[in-house]
Design a binder for this molecule. Structure first.
Ligand code: B1M
Length: 233
């Protein structure tokens, strides 16, 4: 099918339909077609991929779709994200900081977390993506190895989000809490929950998370400059 004949609205509807049906082969072609029509990666995510996945989520909740179908939809979404990846991660900017990200123990949802990772890279962060099902020890080992400025935890299940507190508490016990800015996110996570588990910030979505991370780094760099100036005086 030639997607050039479709207007944007039709193209996005087709993308959502094919994502719903898990037609992995078509999604990259549609994403390219949308790029050719001048759409930005963010517009394609919002109008096509994330919008399609939202519909999948509703029907999954209502027992209309089951795990195998949702997995196919997830794979189709990933195929589309692979086209957007170079655009989201390309950066001419100087390295602004380092972030370690992962989906917490017991949880295998990684699409949102990977999106946050790509967009952080695009904003000039070095991103170490620990993947899924990440326990506190793995976060600690990565902190010791990479000395990140930020750790970002993702959880999509109400049963796994409490594990974020385990990680925050373990960081405290290891004496690492104060050196690290902790950001949490994922569909069931809220601002209140972030506060309750002792995180520093809640990332509602990938774009907001990047803004939060950039603001934190600006404060951190300023503090370092002020400390240096105070020492020199
Ligand atoms: Co699952 N699943 N799933 N699932 N799944 C949900 C989360 C669910 C809400 C569906 C539903 O019932 N409506 C439900 C959770 C209910 C609950 O806990 N209250 C659910 C369930 C129940 C399950 C299983 C238990 C099903 C089963 O086996 N019976 C099982 C659990 C497996 C496990 O983890 N142990 C399961 C499995 C799966 C699949 C494997 C089939 C697949 C995941 C594939 C993959 O990720 N590779 C899957 C999917 C795809 C979904 C839905 C449909 C879509 C999630 C997604 O990718 N969204 C989801 C329904 C939904 O959320 N609407 C659902 C798109 C993505 C871009 O959004 O991840 O929210 P999101 O990320 C956003 C923000 O949240 C934020 O930024 C992102 C981009 O803007 N964000 C962060 C995310 N992480 C962040 C981290 C940050 C900052 C921001 O800091 C670093």
């Amino acid at each position: 099918m030639s997607y050039t004949e479709l207007d944007l609205e039709e193209l996005y509807l087709q993308m959502q339909d094919d994502l719903y049906d898990g037609v992995k082969e078509e999604i990259p072609i549609q994403v390219r077609a949308a790029l050719e029509q001048g759409q930005t990666p963010q517009q394609i995510l919002d109008g096509g991929l994330v919008a399609g996945m939202d519909i999948v989520g509703v029907d999954f909740r209502d027992g209309i779709l089951f795990v195998p179908e949702v997995l196919m939809a997830a794979n189709a979404m990933k195929a589309g994200m692979e086209i957007l990846r170079p655009l989201l991660t390309e950066t001419g900017a100087e390295r602004v900081g380092t972030a370690v990200i992962g989906t917490v123990k017991g949880d295998i949802h990684d699409i949102g977390k990977n999106l946050v990772g790509m967009m952080l890279e695009g904003a000039g962060f070095e991103v170490i993506n620990l993947g899924i099902n990440v326990d506190a020890d793995k976060f600690i080992a990565a902190i010791n190895e990479y000395k990140p400025d930020i750790i970002g935890m993702s959880a999509l299940l109400t049963t796994t989000m409490p594990y974020m507190k385990v990680v925050v508490d373990t960081l405290g016990e290891e004496g690492l809490r104060d050196q690290i800015y902790i950001m949490v996110g994922g569909a069931p996570v809220t601002e209140n929950f972030a506060r309750e588990v002792g995180a520093d910030a809640y990332g509602r979505d990938a774009a907001v998370s990047v803004e939060i991370a950039k603001r934190y780094m600006a404060r951190k760099h300023k503090q370092a400059r002020d400390d240096k100036a105070a020492k020199a005086a």
